[in-house]
Design a protein around this ligand. Structure first.
Ligand code: M6R
Length: 605
């Protein structure tokens, strides 16, 4: 889970590599490096521990080259040190950057050591550069040498390589990790993500698994694994060049929280066509669905948990939801006509993709991907896709991806209910409530001053407990995840009814207990659970919608979420909890956009 960028041009590509790395930094940010072929005919390479800014500070300002590769790393094999940072170099003539994991690196390392290669790092990547060097030294042509190298690799990779004796040429390959070619005018680029390249070109060619690519200034040649030339479509990226700008905001997370009303509206428009809901989904397929399985990780998993309440209660279809990392190693029993839904912002999450990869063998009716990144592996792997239209999400903590996933999942519930001949009034209500979502989200987001004040109190605490009942339980889970990842405060989420089965022992007057509450059928039950906390001196912060009357409950901090209870309550309830995590993170001085130890997309197991 790293970012790769490479370029071949007439002009100096160092600023392009650096800008590309900054745009890819969300993918990993514990070290960064580059290699290039300047006019002196040598292979120059440099890497630094830390962020791209640390690399820039260390680079010679005069460094210039027309060809180069660069990398920003999220450590898997080997800690974040300069020796482990990419690029890795062999015999001073080949340099490689890599995203992914080479599973058989230990046996390859032994073989290469026996052949006289000295390893300088603890990484799996270093075997790639020595394999490539060995093939080139044996006289193979660059592309043939790359093919021979890739044939030896087990695992996942996106690779970019330059060779001292091949100025003006970059080689690339992908299997399981993304790689896109940017097609310019008299210049070409490679990157892990189109966002890295939009300032230099909007024309993108998304490579497929097994592709090998060679770029020069003048051409792009793509080959399949047996070196047969293949054509890949050039698509125009809709990402604006300023997609990776914070605008007037201090952090991407703050910007992305505020972008939610617009993102929800755009997502709704994309999946409604007159009276047709999710028109891209085949009605006859929906009619056949008798069960739904949902797989996802992290925030996307929480979206799946919310959807279970909607789909079961409104479409009457049984749903199971599981984290992909567990599901992929289970032998699940699949009822007939079960639809598998995979949810992923990035469409790159290794566990989700691996779980999805079992769908055929397990005999699902069909697969449906809910994803935010067009052309991602997930969208290619699924039979059907409903895109969220959140736009580029840069902050590692997922915010607008979550609320747009919920939007799509409620639309899907409506389409399924309708196709199965369910209650037409209920379908109408779902669409009506969804129609109000952008405006209501705007109103909820206007309450951030109140949340800031509470953040001051939470920031002092080492722990927090989140409680929820019914459909608010996954919202409590998502609120706790946000607080952990952004502020490093230990936070746990519990179903409020479970309190007395253990977690109540944690409650004393130092523990903040944070509760999203809706005026739904479970409110009275929730209020009883809150009494249990209050009786033990716990400090309660209840984010309650307009219908919740808690005036009768002293020592409870009620924060009114300015919206009535409706089917979209979960979409609105998460907003103040995102803000809370954000402000606590800011107060604690954490790196809210790039929290320690994390990366935006987890492309390794
Ligand atoms: O791209 P995905 O939705 O598949 O990512 C899944 C998780 O890695 C992701 O949601 C993660 O939990 C976020 N950092 C949470 O904010």
């Amino acid at each position: 889970m790293c970012g790769i960028v490479a370029a071949c041009a007439e002009r100096n590509i160092i600023p392009i590599l650096i800008d590309g790395l900054r745009r890819l930094e969300y993918r990993g940010y514990d070290s960064a490096g580059l290699a290039c072929l300047p006019a002196d005919g040598q292979l120059h390479h440099q890497a630094e521990v830390g962020k791209v800014a640390d690399l820039v500070a260390a680079l010679d300002e005069k460094l210039a080259a027309p060809t180069g590769i660069a990398h920003t790393r999220w450590a898997t094999h080997g800690s974040p040190t300069r020796a482990n940072a990419h690029p890795h170099v062999s015999s001073d003539r080949v340099a490689v950057v890599h995203n992914g994991i080479i599973e058989n690196f230990e046996s390859l390392r032994e073989e290469l050591q026996a052949d006289g290669y000295t390893f300088r790092s603890e990484t799996d990547t270093e075997v790639i550069v020595h394999l490539l060097d060995r093939a080139l030294a044996a006289g193979q042509e660059p592309l043939e040498a790359l093919r021979a190298t890739c044939k030896r690799l087990e695992g996942a990779y996106a690779i970019a390589a330059i060779m001292r004796d091949q100025p003006g040429r970059v080689l690339g390959a992908r299997l399981g990790s993304p790689l896109v070619v940017g097609v310019g005018v008299g210049e070409h680029f490679l990157a892990s993500d189109a966002a890295a390249l939009v300032p230099v070109t909007q024309q993108m060619m998304f490579l497929e698994d097994g592709d090998l690519v060679e770029i020069t200034r003048k051409q792009v040649k793509v080959h399949s694994q047996d070196l047969t030339p293949v054509q890949r479509k050039v698509r125009i990226s809709s990402l604006p060049a300023d997609a990776v700008d914070k605008g007037p905001y201090r952090h991407f997370m703050e910007k992305e929280i505020h972008e939610q009303p617009e993102a929800i509206a755009t997502t709704l428009n994309a999946h409604l066509e007159g009276t047709r809901i999710c028109p891209s989904l085949d009605r006859s397929l929906l009619k056949r669905v008798r069960a739904v399985h949902i797989i996802a990780c992290g925030t996307s998993f929480h979206a799946g948990l919310v959807a279970r309440y909607w789909i079961e209660s409104m479409a009457g279809v049984p749903v199971s939801v599981e984290v992909a990392s567990e599901y992929r190693y289970r032998r699940p029993a699949i009822p007939d006509d079960t639809l598998l839904i995979a949810i992923s912002q990035s469409g790159e999450t290794a566990d989700t993709l691996a779980a999805l990869g079992r769908s055929e063998e397990l005999g699902y009716l069909a697969t449906l991907g809910i994803c935010n990144v067009p052309e991602s592996a997930l969208t290619r792997q699924c039979d059907h896709v409903l895109m969220t239209r959140a736009g580029l999400e840069v902050g590692v903590a997922s915010t607008k991806a979550f609320t747009t996933q919920l939007t799509v999942l409620l639309l899907f519930t409506a389409a399924l209910t309708k196709a199965r001949g369910g209650d037409a009034r209920l379908v109408h209500k779902m669409l009506e409530d969804l129609g109000h979502a952008p405006q209501q989200a705007r109103e909820v987001l206007a309450m951030d001053d109140r949340v800031q004040a509470i953040a001051e109190e939470i920031a002092e605490k080492p722990h927090a407990l989140f409680l929820g009942r019914g459909i608010e339980y996954p919202i409590a889970m998502e609120g706790a995840l946000k607080l952990k990842e952004v502020s490093y405060i230990h936070a746990e989420a519990y179903a409020a009814g479970e309190l007395k089965h253990g977690p109540l022992a944690l409650v004393d007057d130092t523990l903040p207990v944070i509760v999203p509450a809706s005026s739904n059928a479970l409110l009275a039950k929730l209020v009883s659970n809150l009494q249990e906390v209050r009786a033990r001196g716990g400090r309660l912060y209840v984010f309650a919608d307009r219908g919740v009357d808690m005036a009768a409950h002293p020592r409870v901090e009620i924060i009114e979420v300015p919206a009535p209870h409706s089917l979209i309550s979960p979409i609105l309830q998460i907003l103040p909890l995102q803000f809370l995590a954000y402000y606590v993170g800011v107060l604690k001085g954490t790196d809210v956009d790039q929290p320690r130890n994390l990366a935006k997309s987890v492309t390794v197991e």
